[in-house]
Design a protein around this ligand. Structure first.
Ligand code: DGJ
Length: 730
């Protein structure tokens, strides 16, 4: 049992393997938060000891004279509104039929059930027949309106994660308008944390992270790009002061959502912390009597093993309970993608020649990227026209079959949400474009965005894309999304409901994913967004892998892949070997190094393989063999970031089997210094008492030795060199 309720039904405790979360009903009927952190054995009532004293002269309002200490502005809460004088940020605001937004949800009841509530239309954590997963559903009701608020806490004990979301049910007779509906609200009783957030831009998505002490006032991580975006990511960590990669308490959170989001962290005047996160601002949603609205989910975790522990919790959670089970623990085919090899300048012969060279080297899938449809030879035309450009590639069916005969499966690029002005689709449906009526439109990469909030658009895309997928043996789809919408409206909605348009756009995209996967359950989809501009748990629900960045430079990738791994597993990060000098950075790195960096992701090549020398092809053959030898550790193991590239010299990633029987370390030295001293690698996650053989040298060490003394790395005078170390229990 991971959920415990006291006999009175008013105190709740959620336990995972290593964490506890406790809250209860306060004297005025509100939900007060008590604790989230390392696991405690105590019963739920014990947490009453953490009830706050009245914090003094703040003139904070209170509801009942007899419960002065239950002032909303003082209490730590699970669902925060400003109704009764809580002047901090709110997690929910619902305007009643009189236009009053004094939302005031109070406790009604709670129940526990196995599994989790059904979620329709939104990506969500999956139970996957795990009998340990349980949900606590707490019902609150606003006595003035009758509107109900169901707070769901689904506990995933093995992964140390709690998934939260809220369902709002309009049980009143009139219409209400949701002005804010955050996925979670979490109040902590102190402010002694550093906020960690990842940041970047196109070509350097999640290139770095900041760690800044919390302060009083508001700090926000957000996107208003109608996509989670290249710049920020819907995820955060709060690290206890002094916590490191390996030690100390870290609270992590991420949203299972891919559009506008806001994660707001407020330090209050009493030096406590409130965190709310969910759909971004500039949102509202009308609920007629009887209707419901479900927020996206948020996944929360706590680890006492530093930032690395938090990452591993998220990796396990996403692999075991979010990514499609068909692919989550399944090795993906090694691919060659023609994009950096040819861009849109290709013909059938060229594609087949690349496939020939790829087949020679052990590559298993050929992906035809942008430029195969409509009359597309450059980025000015044809988006939306999902029919084959036969003059350029001939029959898609026979092309795919010919590639199959070479021993490769076939994959194809699409950009479903986009439309070019120069397209048949635009001629037929200019009204399907996202616009701000009466205003000049914007372009991005010469293209416009389809309004996915219009059901007919989703129908059209499903019909045309599924027709292509049916027409040829297509095992993989790359789903690109190159520009972010700027004009947001929905012609099907009245003026007062226009703030639903952005969320409806996202729901339309999710619906298209759902319908395509319903028809093609084995299809492997790779998410992509002008590189890695939509890398989030919402998209990962549908696409088991996401292209991490258009920047394929092996050295920049150390930063991008390390930082992405703070929240997302390497087995979901698209990583390819490309040509040198690199098209983005002009840097030249050894093919071996490029291979080892890509081996820490979903492995593949993105270059014109016909131009490779015999020696290079031999290296590719070896790399493909290495992928099959080691990838199970990336796919199912624990990742340890042993050395951070931000320290300026090298990067080391370890992937260890969960039972400690085997581990690899990928070490990349990217900056030599003169008289450098000794470089070590010290492993983690091994069994201290087991003995391990180093594959290659045959040396034998105890796990304790490898984790404490470590081993010395051979000096090498060159920049950008990489090595892979492999240890197996004997
Ligand atoms: C952006 C992607 O990130 C690239 O990999 C490639 O697919 C291009 N779009 C194609 O237009």
């Amino acid at each position: 049992m991971s959920i415990t309720i006291n006999a009175a039904g008013t105190r709740f405790k959620l336990d995972t393997r290593h964490t506890s979360y406790a809250f209860g009903v306060g004297p005025s009927g509100y939900l007060n938060h008590y604790y989230y952190g390392a696991k405690l054995p105590d019963v739920p009532e014990t947490f009453d000891a953490l009830d706050r004293d009245f914090l003094g002269l703040s003139f904070s309002p209170y509801r009942q004279l007899k419960h002065i200490e239950d002032s909303r502005n003082i209490a730590l809460q699970e669902c925060a509104t400003h109704a009764a004088g809580d002047y901090r940020i709110s997690s929910v605001i619902v305007c009643d039929s009189l236009g009053c937004n004094s939302t005031d949800p109070q406790f009604v009841s709670a129940k526990v059930f196995p599994g989790r509530p059904a979620i329709e239309g939104l990506p969500h954590a999956r139970v996957n027949d795990d009998p340990t997963v349980e949900t606590l559903e707490v019902t609150l009701r606003d006595p003035a309106t009758g509107v109900e608020y169901l707070l769901d806490y689904t506990v995933f004990p093995e992964q140390d994660c709690i998934v939260r979301s809220m369902l709002i049910r309009n049980a009143s007779a009139g219409r209400v308008v949701i002005e804010r509906a955050m996925s979670f609200c979490l109040d902590l009783n102190n402010m002694d944390y550093d906020l960690v957030q990842v940041h970047g831009s196109y070509g350097r998505e999640r290139f770095g992270f900041s760690r800044t002490p919390l302060h009083t006032g508001l700090q926000t991580i957000f996107s208003s790009r109608n996509s989670s975006g290249h710049d920020h990511n819907p995820a955060f960590a709060l690290m206890e002061k002094g916590a490191t990669e390996d030690h100390g308490g870290v609270l992590g959170g991420m949203l299972v959502y891919s559009a506008n989001f806001s994660i707001e962290i407020e330090g209050d005047p009493f030096f406590r912390t409130r965190i709310v996160g969910g759909i971004g601002n500039d949102f509202s949603w009308t609920l007629e009597s009887g209707e419901t609205f479900r927020t996206p989910e948020a996944i929360l975790t706590w680890s006492s093993d530093g930032l690395g522990g938090m990452s591993r919790n998220f990796h396990d959670m996403l692999r075991d309970h979010l990514i499609r089970p068909r692919w989550a623990h399944q090795e993906r085919p090694i691919l060659v993608n023609n994009w950096e090899g040819t861009y849109m300048n290709f013909n059938r012969e060229k594609l087949l020649a690349i496939a020939d060279s790829a087949a020679e080297c052990g590559v298993e899938m050929f992906v035809l990227d942008d430029g195969w449809f409509g009359h597309r030879d450059d980025d000015h035309s044809s988006l939306g026209d999902w029919f084959v450009y036969e003059k350029k590639v001939g029959s898609l069916k026979t092309l795919a079959e010919e590639i199959n005969r070479k021993g490769l499966v076939f994959g194809l690029w699409f950009e479903p949400e986009m439309i070019s002005e120069d397209s048949e689709l635009y001629k037929a449906h200019p009204d399907w474009v996202f616009t701000a009526p009466g205003r000049e439109r914007t372009y991005g990469r010469h293209q416009l965005v389809l309004n996915m909030g219009i059901p007919a658009v989703v129908d059209y895309l499903f019909d045309t894309i599924s027709a292509v997928l049916r027409s040829a043996p297509i095992a993989y789809m790359k789903w690109d999304f190159n520009r972010q919408p700027a004009e947001i409206s929905n012609p099907l909605l009245p003026p007062e409901r226009q703030k639903e348009a952005a969320h409806r756009f996202m729901l339309g995209t999710y619906e298209l994913h759902r319908r395509l996967l319903e028809e093609f359950p084995d299809l492997l989809i790779e998410g992509c967004s002008g590189g890695g501009g939509r890398f989030d748990a919402g998209i990962l629900f549908y696409t088991p892998q996401i292209w991490t960045s258009d920047n394929t430079d092996a050295i920049d990738r150390l930063f991008i892949q390390s930082c992405t791994s703070l929240f997302y597993p390497c087995s979901a990060q698209g990583a390819h070997v490309s040509v040198c000098p690199n098209h983005g950075t002009a840097r030249t790195t050894p093919l071996e190094t490029r291979g080892l960096v890509a081996l820490a992701g979903t492995f593949g090549y993105e270059l014109d393989m016909t131009k490779m020398t015999a020696e290079e092809k031999e290296t590719v053959r070896q790399q493909c063999a290495m992928y099959h030898q080691y990838h199970h550790l990336v796919l199912n193991g624990d990742q340890y970031r042993l050395a951070d590239p931000w320290d300026g010299r090298c990067c080391q990633w370890e992937f260890a089997a969960k039972d400690g029987s085997e581990a690899i370390v990928i070490d990349v030295l990217f900056r030599q210094i003169i008289h450098p001293g000794t470089r070590f690698v010290r492993l983690r996650g091994l069994n201290p008492d087991a003995m391990y053989r180093e594959i290659g040298t045959g040396r034998v060490f105890s796990g304790a030795f490898l984790m404490n003394a470590g081993i010395t790395l051979k000096p090498d005078g060159r920049d950008y060199i990489a090595q892979l170390l492999h240890f197996k229990a004997v």
